[in-house]
Write a protein that binds this ligand. Sequence first.
Ligand SMILES: [Zn+2]
Length: 484
Amino acid sequence: MNSSTFTTDTRSRSSRAQLASTHIRPHSKTRVAYFHNKDVGSFHYGVGTGVGAVCKGASVYDTKKTGHPMKPHRLTLTNDLVINYGLHELMDVYCPRMATEAELLEFHESDYVNFLKKITPQNRDTEFADVLGNFNFGDDCPVFDGLWDFCRIYTGASLAAAQKLCMKDMEICVNWSGGLHHAKSYEASGFCYVNDIVLAIRQLLKYYVRVLYIDIDIHHGDGVQEAFYCTDRVMTVSFHKYEPGFFPGTGDTTEIGSELGKYYSINVPLKNGIDDDSYVNLFRTIMTEVKDRYQPSVIVLQCGADSLGLDRLGAFNLSIKAHGDCVKIIKSWQIPLLVLGGGGYTIHNVARCWAYETSVLLDANLPNEIPGESKYLDFFEPDYKLHPHLVGRVDNQNTKTDLKRLTEVIFEQLRHLDGAPVIQMQELPDGIAEYLQEADEELADTREDQRANKRMKRSKAHDNEFFDGDSDQEQDEENTMDLD
Ligand SMILES: [Zn+2]
């Protein structure tokens, strides 16, 4: 493949996002904010301990040969596509601050947070050797350089996004580095250390009456379900593979919540190989009923991309288009929406998927050709397409009868919801309004700093690959940060 094929001016222009409907979009009131800290992609879970097969799931990986399957670099790839498709010009872009220790303590237990703060590869086998197991550290959740900062970066982005939704000046907020749904209050689990989703939902609960959490990762969203199992103010719905031995082992239809939360946890357990039509129809049918019954005031959508076909750890057959159709369905309801990442282990497809879903949220059409300006073009060989063929590796073991029965079981559960809970919202806790205002001003300051940086860079005539000769347009001024 000759990469120069992708560097002509003609092609550069054609690789930019086109608004799906130029005569509708300008009147659209949907405002989208994108939260990305460029450092998040530079962390590395390490090469593993050489123990060998460590995944609890059916798709076993070997740390000796290929390293840990969770690769934060996928976030750099995603952002690279977002920028090179020009999507940043269509939304507000923020570089959020790291979460504070106090913010993590809103959900996580203090001994666990203290451990996260102190553990390093250097002291792991000495000072902390005896307690690693207590916090479920091991091959799935290794100690790596910068772990504490990594957790605070992806969590800070989810919190900033939630705060932005609380301010109600943005309809959709996106953080692809978030969505780490397995982490528990007391321990790490399934490559997840801090549960940014739970923390973000707790933030949303201060301003919104009912939060609907939807999880399309191939793994059960167990950490989020567990955190809100006894409340009706958060309804969790997880679509996932559920078979003996597949991580995390929970997520049967019988897990429905308890106490006040009884009937407010929904699980959609699936078998290997589910295809586009079956999945999207099932998703639309169930989620429409959930929405009508529960009437959420805000939605959190975890878009784990390990449910795509050909995922390194997954076993479904979904195309990027079908995965994005789920996002499209939720967006069409026009309810405030927090969109997060999650799993996804064939990283070039994760990046394709999340860049495409960013375009879905923006009502923009992307050319199928990967932009030639991408620094990471080699990741997208051999086809260099946004929508490669991903299906067919695994036979679909979900029969129509299975899926019909599953739908009936879930509809029966939903019939117990006697209308959406009407909750008298408490007075806002002291200081929350001020806190949110400060957080928002802080974000604004960040953007102001970035504008200043950019102006300084310009004056020094530094080459900035993301802003071309037209960059003094107003639109560019509105979206100023270093995005690589
Ligand atoms: Zn997953």
